[in-house]
Design a protein around this ligand. Structure first.
Ligand code: IMP
Length: 442
């Protein structure tokens, strides 16, 4: 029986995928992070403890689950070791149940220096507003090949020579690009070689051929949960380019990033907030630059997990969701942060756009077009009642259920999971979740 389930963000990231992966992990044998890097910030709340994970898969709190970081992820070894040490200090020992692909690429100090330069460059009149984690430059070097460093390089005899050569070239390149001396100092060859020696010592026991392990696990009918990072609207090929991240963060990215062919994937849980947020630059048709947006930001504590930046907030955009749910092959939706919408007299949902005087039901490919799109809203009465303590579908106020039903109709996919707060217990599985074989959690 095929048994791959994906958790994919359908908006611009921060949809609370980490919470779901942690909750679902005990029903799986393996949890796989397959794209992105330390730009991600997955928050897991377990009782009184809150964990903020950047590289480490959100299944790590469950010692019986094997966790994998596969070839599509870009890894900053220093940051990952900090994460590993932070978890160890809290009794979670990654070396026991986590493996990292030898094919994964490394985010080197020069990538971070270059990211800062990218961030000060406007594209189409606006900065991309990256997380400054070196993600774009690292993926660029991966595709360019000549300057890439992979996990496997760390444990080869040729390591120092390879890193020294690339570092020397990067010093030259970045000084021409105008990098400040303090950043150039961080990429001096001797310094990076010493750093890499330390990384190799600490990480070598965790590095392995995750592709081989995953293929064997699929053939043995193991249950695998694929943990997406960012969201489908940030997908490098299918998102709001160029205001995107540098990996395939929609459902289409799972196979390439993980090294697992499509035949092993049979469920896709598409995760979205009951409203919209975006952090960084780029068009956002339903953005609320007013007191309502401010209210959502405050109630939802909408500040970046990785950068602390305030997130831009707005109403639910069903045009964008229809697009990303179809693109990602979503079989059920998980509608998160329902508690945040509990204090509004009325709510709005964008059902179509108006572009140059015409009604548009599909999601435009060009950022300039999307920027000109005006949302056409449908107003839905708010339920104006807290839902934090709701634990079954029947406990929801009828207004909240009407809102959920309308979203299902507009997106064309049933909601299988509803979330009313960060805690594991604040998760409600609907009858529609049966198809995912997750209903035993309800
Ligand atoms: P980068 O991934 O750091 O290159 O950033 C590119 C864009 O993606 C910026 O707008 C970031 O704010 C956004 N972004 C990257 N990772 C995340 C995430 O995990 N959540 C939300 N936005 C993200």
């Amino acid at each position: 029986m095929v048994s791959g389930t994906c958790v994919i963000g359908l908006q611009w990231g921060d949809e609370a995928k980490g919470k779901l992966v942690d909750l679902l992990a005990p029903q799986f044998d393996l949890v796989v992070r397959y794209q992105g890097g330390a730009n991600a910030g997955h928050t897991v709340v377990a009782g009184d403890e809150t964990y903020k994970l950047h590289h480490i898969p959100s299944g790590i709190l469950h010692s019986e689950v094997q966790n994998f970081i596969t070839p599509g992820v870009v890894i900053n070894p220093s940051t990952m070791l900090d994460e590993i040490d932070g978890l160890a200090a809290r009794g979670i020992h990654c070396e026991k149940n986590m493996r990292v692909s030898e094919r994964a690429h490394l985010v080197m100090p020069w990538h971070i220096a270059e990211d800062k330069i990218i961030n000060s460059t406007a594209v189409r009149g606006e900065s991309i507003g990256t997380t400054n984690r070196g993600i774009g430059p690292c993926y660029r070097d991966k595709v360019g090949r000549t300057h890439a460093i992979r996990m496997a390089d760390l444990v080869q005899d040729s390591r120092d020579e390879r890193i020294g050569t690339v570092a020397a070239q990067k010093v030259e390149l970045l000084s021409k690009m105008g990098a400040p001396q303090e950043d150039l100092d961080t990429i001096a060859p001797e310094q990076v070689i010493a750093q890499a020696t330390g990384w190799a010592e600490r990480l070598s026991g965790m590095i392995g051929d995750t592709t081989e392990i995953l293929l064997t696990a699929c053939e043995a009918d193991k249950r695998i949960l694929f943990e997406g990072a960012q969201g489908a609207l940030l997908d490098i090929d299918h998102g709001t380019f160029p205001f995107v991240t540098s990996s395939n963060s929609s459902g289409v990215g799972v196979c390439a990033g993980a090294g697992v062919p499509p035949k092993w994937i049979n469920h896709v849980l598409g995760v979205c907030k009951a409203y919209s947020t975006r952090v960084g630059g780029g068009p956002f048709p339903t953005e609320l630059d007013d007191s309502t947006g401010e209210k959502i930001r405050k109630l939802g504590n909408e500040f970046g997990t990785t950068t602390g930046r305030p997130r831009r907030c707005g109403w639910f955009d069903a045009v964008a969701l229809r697009y990303t749910a179809r693109l990602s092959g979503v079989t059920r939706l998980a509608l998160m942060m329902m508690d945040v919408l509990a204090h509004f007299e009325e709510l709005k949902v964008c059902v179509a756009y108006e572009l140059d005087g015409k009604r548009l039901e599909s999601f435009p490919a060009h950022a300039d077009q999307l920027r000109r799109c005006k949302p056409i809203y449908e107003t839905i009465p708010g339920w104006n009642q807290p839902v934090d303590d709701v634990r079954t579908v029947g406990d929801f106020p009828s207004g909240a259920l009407a809102y959920v039903k309308r979203i299902e109709e507009l997106v064309g996919i049933p909601v299988g999971v509803l979330s009313v707060g960060p805690d594991r217990a604040q998760t409600i599985f609907t009858e529609a979740a049966d198809v995912l074989n997750l209903h035993s959690l309800a």
